[in-house]
Design a binder for this molecule. Structure first.
Ligand code: NDP
Ligand code: 2IT
Length: 445
């Protein structure tokens, strides 16, 4: 296996797909040693097959806004790999969405879903539709038009989408309604459903809770706990919210959250009613986190900057890809960061990851530490299949155990000669082996 050659070929075939190429390079660098030890992977061309999606669906999504104007967005579903289970992964609605971003997310999802221990393949989809500032009626019409095209390509045993940036319970509801209307079936085709029509307890909190459970395991390798630690979170969406709730309930002091407009620094810590306020802020459907500082006197708003300049023990980037660069990483290290646990997908650039590895900081990639979201989607699918609902305690206990198991897998495959756990390597190798072996078993398809 020649990583440089594979990357050059891929870049020629898919010019400009920078996020996708970044995600592939990271995985290939990690798995190179085990690939070389297993010549049957090479002869079955596992790498050449795993880096191309099974298929990419791309379609127009026309919809009419409240003023009667016709709008046209692009819709996508990237069905990447179903070696270990039906395609599974979220839908992202954000103006930045393009094929490169969805391919990177779909590719990451293959290994993340493999790590969850549940039978789920990898996929991702979405649209460049911007839900910000849209009325509920506009969001409904968009979601209905999106599903009018997507429905024939998904199904509970085929492909099970869920939420991601810009897609929460409301959007899932509108899409599920249209799917149900078209198929005349009430099946578990989407996850992230509300409780009274097939959802699972804990799913909204699951990604953030999982991130914090993973951070606890990382800290425990050094005999540390979250109690009294200063935790910096970025973003103020679904993942950030769950992480803030769980971290503060475990006695950590969460000192930051952020939005595209800047970050909030709250020296007293974000807990209690302030967490409720985060939800209200999201529900306003605006792009700004600044009003938090007007609401709570202990907080200040720092415009146009990222939270990584704040002194923190644990960093949890929970907003979006490439939001933490090499300079940010150096600043965090200089300020004594112990642990960086990714909540978003690929929030740290390769330069940032190098800084963390070089400084022997505990660092976990999103595909390991944010897997609690899709894992709980898997638990929602199980409950739908059984036509039973588990209690909050039962779902939370299963989620917690899955996060511990993912941590164990990372330690098993990522521990280096000096004892440092390289979680990137560990997650990529553990995730890859299961999928590659399934592909071998299933022949050349
Ligand atoms: P939300 O839409 O709830 O929140 C996203 C947050 O990131 C918001 O604060 C948003 O601000 C900010 N954001 C989004 N895009 C950008 C951008 N281009 N520049 C700056 N800030 C941005 O999404 P989630 O919390 O669900 O997702 C956050 C991250 O976690 C994503 O990387 C997602 O892929 C990942 N993830 C999500 C899971 C889930 O179950 N929801 C599971 C695993 C990972 P604003 O909206 O105001 O722009
Ligand atoms: O990135 C992710 O893992 C998600 N957005 C959740 C996907 C899912 O199917 O629950």
């Amino acid at each position: 296996m020649d990583v440089n050659k594979i990357m050059n070929d891929l870049a020629k075939k898919h010019p400009g797909e920078n996020e996708f190429l970044q995600a592939v390079k990271e995985v290939l660098d990690s798995i190179e040693p085990i690939y070389k030890q297993n010549p049957h992977y090479e002869s079955a061309k596992i790498i050449e097959r795993i880096v191309e999606p099974d298929r990419v669906l791309m379609f127009k999504v026309p919809w009419v806004d409240d003023s009667g104007n016709v709008n046209v967005n692009l819709g996508y579903r990237v069905q990447f790999n179903n070696a270990i289970g039906p395609y599974k992964g979220g839908l992202r609605f954000h103006p930045s969405v393009n094929l490169s971003i969805l391919k990177f997310l779909g590719f990451e999802q293959i290994f993340k879903n493999s790590l969850t221990t549940l039978p789920m393949g990898g996929a991702k989809g979405g649209s460049d539709f911007n839900p910000k500032g849209k009325s509920d009626a506009e969001i409904m019409r968009f979601c209905q038009s999106f599903m009018l095209e997507l429905w024939q390509n998904i199904g509970p045993q085929t492909d099970v989408p869920a939420g991601d940036i810009g897609v929460g319970g409301k959007e899932i509801g509108f899409m599920y309604g249209m799917y149900k209307k078209l198929t005349r079936e009430h099946t578990g085709v989407l996850t992230g459903k509300a409780l009274n029509w097939g959802g699972s307890l804990i799913r909204p909190e699951a990604t953030g809770f999982g991130v914090v459970y993973f951070a606890q395991e990382q800290l425990a390798t050094k005999g540390l706990t979250l109690e009294g630690k200063r935790v910096g979170v970025s973003g103020f969406g679904n993942v950030a919210w769950g992480a803030v709730i769980k971290a503060s309930s475990l006695g950590a002091k969460v000192v930051t959250i952020s939005g595209p407009d800047g970050y909030i620094y709250d020296e007293d810590g974000i807990s209690g009613e302030k967490i409720e306020y985060m939800l209200e802020l999201r529900a306003t459907n605006n792009d700004i986190v600044a009003p938090y500082a007007q609401e709570f006197k202990s907080a200040k708003f720092v415009a146009g900057r990222k939270p990584w300049e704040v002194k923190m023990d644990v960093a949890m980037p929970c907003a979006t890809q490439n939001e933490l660069n090499g300079d940010d990483a150096k600043l965090l290290v200089a300020n004594g960061v112990i642990c960086v646990t990714e909540g978003a997908n690929m929030p740290s650039t390769p330069e940032a990851i190098d800084v963390f590895h070089h400084s022997k900081v505990l660092f976990s990639p999103g595909k390991a530490s944010n897997a609690g979201g899709v894992a709980t989607s898997g638990l929602e699918m199980s409950q739908n299949s059984m036509k039973l609902n588990w209690s909050r305690e039962e779902v939370d206990a299963r989620l917690h155990q899955i996060m511990r198991d993912i941590h164990t897998a990372c330690v098993k495959h990522g521990t280096e000669a000096d004892g440092y756990v390289n979680y990137v390597k560990g997650a990529n190798i553990a995730g890859f082996i299961k999928v590659a072996d399934a592909m071998l078993d299933n022949g050349i398809v």
